[in-house]
Every structure is written in C-alpha cells, then in structure tokens.
Design a protein around this ligand. Structure first.
Ligand code: GDP
Length: 436
C-alpha cells in the first residue's frame, strides 16, 4: 500500500511524494471502527408530534415503527397543552435504537389558543438546557447521557383543503429555529387527489410568505442528493395511518377499509407514507440528528452563553478567553456588590437619621405635653388652695359666731335663773301673786 505524504515538500511546490510502505498500516479501517463503536453504543432518536387531538398522531407512530406503542387516547377537554413523552428500546438486526416519541396532548382544544405553542417551546428548550448542563459539568459523561433533544418535529396539518390555520402558522413560526419541522397532511384519505395538489401548493406558499423555515432534506451529499431533491418537492407529505392489516391480493398490507373501498398505507399512489418513512428513517435520520446538534442546539447554546455573559471576542474584536470572561464577570459582579453595599449603607444611615428626627420630634412633643400638664396642675393646685383658704376663713368665722352664741346663751340662762329665785321668794311672801 502507498500513502500520499503531504508535508513541507508539498508546501514548497514540489508536489506530492509517494512513499512506499513495507506493510499494511490499516487506517482505512477507521470508518469501520467508528461504525462498530456507534453500533455498540446504540443510537437515540427523538420525534415530536405536534397536532390537534384526533389527527392520527399515535396511529401514524404505530404505523411508522410497525408496533403498538402503549398510551391512552387523549380527550378533547384538556385545560391546556401538555407534552407526553415515552421512550422505547427498539432493535433491528444488531442496531439498537432508543426511540422517544413526544406527543402534544390537548393541542387546539382550548377556546383561547394564543399560548398553545408555549409548552412546546418550553419543552424543546428544556431538553437543550439539560444537554447544555451536562456539557458544562466538570465530570461529564456525554457518551452515556440520554440525549432527549428533539431531532424531528412532525407537524400534523388537518386535511381541510383550504389553508393553514393561524394556530399552525404561529406554532411553526415559533418552532422553526429550534427544531427540524417536517409538515405532514394528516388523514389525507379525507381529501380528493385534485384538492390535495392545490392544498399542498397553498400550504407551501403560506409557509414561504410567513417566513416559516421547514426542514429541507439535504442535497449536498451526492449519494442522496437526487432522492432528497425529489422528496423536497413533495413536501408536505400527505399521510395515512393504520395498524390494521388487510389481505390484498395474496399479501397482508396495512390499510384502511371503507364501505366504498380500501386505502393502502404503503401504496405510493394512495399516499406519501412510504416517502415519509424513507426520508425520516432510512435516508435522513443521521442528518436530522446532526442538524439538531450543529444548528438548533448550537443556536440555543450561543444565546444562552451570551446571556450568561460569555463572549468569544472583546469589544475590539480581539479573542477573549473563558478565563478572561470569568474574571471580567467576577469583577463586574464584585463592583455591583460593592455598589449595592454602599447603597444599603447610605439607606441605613438615612433611615437612622429619619428615625432620630422622629424620636426627637416625639421627645419634644412629650416635653411640651409635660409642661402643659404641669401648668394645669399648678393652676388647679392654686385654685384648691384658694378654696381651702376661703373655707378655713368661713370655718373660723363660724367658730367665732358659735362661741359668741354660746356665750350669749349661757349669759341669758344665768340671768333667767336669778329671776326665778326672786319670783319664788316673792310668791312665798305673797301667795296671791300669779307667776305665769
Ligand atoms: P391522536 O389523538 O392525534 O393521537 O389521534 P389517534 O391516532 O388516536 O387517531 C384518532 C382517530 O383517527 C382514530 O380513530 C384513528 O383510527 C383515526 N385515524 C388515524 N389515522 C387516520 C387516517 O390516516 N385516516 C383516517 N380517516 N382516520 C385515521
């Protein structure tokens, strides 16, 4: 085996040098090593089904993976939109696939549908955030981490034949920078062939005029460029779901039977189910995973790190290391802390001053009140003393009058006694004298 050595010779313009090797080196087995490693680790793929209740989301998933995933059918009475996530371990040949199917519950069932997209956006962001947190850990185990980021969003459009509902447009617009959207017309057996062609054109033009970016199957890889290019022209896929198997000819086929006939799920003349399955699972599963990581997650990560204050370059466009960012952020934080401390100190001093002034005012009021009461008390005391004095005078005057009266009375009683004696003597001498 010969290798082409590209090195200093090549740079000096002397072309490539062919070096003959003594034996087999074998780095041509590197792709095989990668494949073996990936196969032993297994893969994970996460699908988000967004669409109104009853549009056939669960049925389509069962049909796609040829199994019956458990799950109760949702009612139309949900107060809000919720997301239901189930993970299954699937095996095909020796390849293991951890498949997560997330489905909206109650989407489009509320009278006010204004915020219906929010739980979906929050769910997608939460998966990105979980991955980012794992990436930022000091001891990270990304190879063993269950990556729950959504790789493909199947957006189920109702087969109205008219145009997209505003709920669909708003939701797709909110999701298109976060996830690979593959729009599909659900229950397409409910729409005629000519209506379907017009409906597809209408949907595509509405998506373009509203600036909704849907996932385009990649055409840069030569091996799949042709098929992907053709399939891009078929979007949105019109699908039918059924787990029922009917005998058609001598074969058992997935189909839906109606009084007027049978529609075959895997018949490309009847619907685009096979196209969807080919594109989603067989041809572009890895591209969907890669786009999720390199485009959508990268955008989330960038915005999140910028929000946290990390930058690659400083304002003069010079490279800015993580260490410098950390230190700049730390200084900024310390500066803010000092500012806050100073503000709090000022506020404390101000409050103390206010309280002091309040206390002084209260003390002054108390003093005034005390003086007022003291004066009142003195006036009252003086009045009482005056009254006491006048009462004492009255008592003295009364006593004097009493003494005088008693004296008078004793004098008069003495005078009365001597007169009686005189009259008794006179009576003795003169018995005819009448006394009274
Ligand atoms: P989900 O609420 O979106 O998960 O819808 P389901 O998968 O539970 O389907 C609701 C009903 O629609 C069931 O009765 C299905 O049999 C039926 N259904 C599912 N897919 C199709 C389809 O492609 N065409 C028609 N006509 N009916 C379908």
């Amino acid at each position: 085996m010969n290798f082409l050595i590209r090195g200093s010779l090549h740079r000096h313009g002397e072309g490539c040098r062919t070096v003959p090797l003594a034996g087999h080196v074998g780095f041509d087995s590197l792709p095989d090593q990668l494949v073996n490693k990936s196969v032993s680790q297994g893969f994970c793929f996460n699908i988000l089904c967004v669409g109104e209740t009853g549009l056939g989301k669960s049925t389509l998933m069962d049909t796609l993976f040829n199994t019956k995933f458990e799950g109760e059918p949702a009612t139309h009475t949900q107060p809000g939109v919720q997301l239901r996530s189930n993970t299954y371990d699937l095996q095909e040949s020796n390849v293991g696939l951890k498949l997560t199917i997330v489905s909206t519950v109650g989407f489009g069932d509320q009278i006010n549908k204004e915020d219906s997209y929010k739980p979906i956006v929050e769910f997608i962001d939460a998966q990105f955030e979980a991955y980012l947190q794992e990436e930022l850990k000091i001891r990270r185990v990304l190879h063993a981490y269950h990556d729950s980021r959504i790789h493909a969003c199947l957006y189920f459009i109702a087969p109205t034949g008219h145009s997209l509902k505003s709920l669909d447009l708003v939701t797709m617009k909110k999701l298109d920078s976060k996830v690979n959207i593959i729009p599909i017309i659900a229950k397409s057996d409910a729409i005629s062939k000519s209506e379907l062609t017009k409906f597809k054109i209408k949907i595509t033009s509405e998506l373009v005029s509203n600036g909704v970016q849907i996932y385009q199957f990649p055409t840069d890889d030569e091996s799949v460029a042709e098929i992907n290019g053709t399939m891009n022209a078929h979007l949105p896929f019109a699908v039918i779901g059924s787990t029922e198997e009917l005998k058609i000819g001598n074969k058992m086929m997935k189909a839906r039977q109606y009084p007027w006939g049978t529609v075959q799920v895997e018949n490309e003349a009847h619907c685009d189910f096979v196209k969807l399955r080919e594109m989603l699972i067989r041809v572009n599963m890895e591209d969907l995973r890669e786009q999720t990581h390199s485009r959508h997650y990268e955008l989330y990560r960038r915005c999140k790190l910028e929000e946290m204050g990390f930058q690659d370059t400083d304002p003069d466009s010079k490279p800015f290391s993580l260490q410098e960012t950390y230190e700049a952020k730390r200084n900024e934080f310390l500066g803010e802390l000092q500012k806050k401390e100073e503000e709090m100190r000022q506020m404390f001093v101000q409050r103390v001053k206010e309280k002091e002034a309040e206390l002084k005012e209260a003390e002054k009021e108390l003093h005034e009140k005390f003086d007022r009461l003291k004066k009142l008390h003195q006036d009252e005391k003086k009045k009482l003393e005056d009254k006491k004095k006048s009462l004492d005078d009255e008592v003295n005057a009364f006593k004097q009058r009493k003494t005088a009266a008693e004296l008078l009375q004793s004098q008069s009683s003495q005078a009365g006694g001597s007169q009686t004696l005189k009259r008794d003597k006179e009576k003795k001498n003169n018995p005819w004298l009448c006394t009274e």
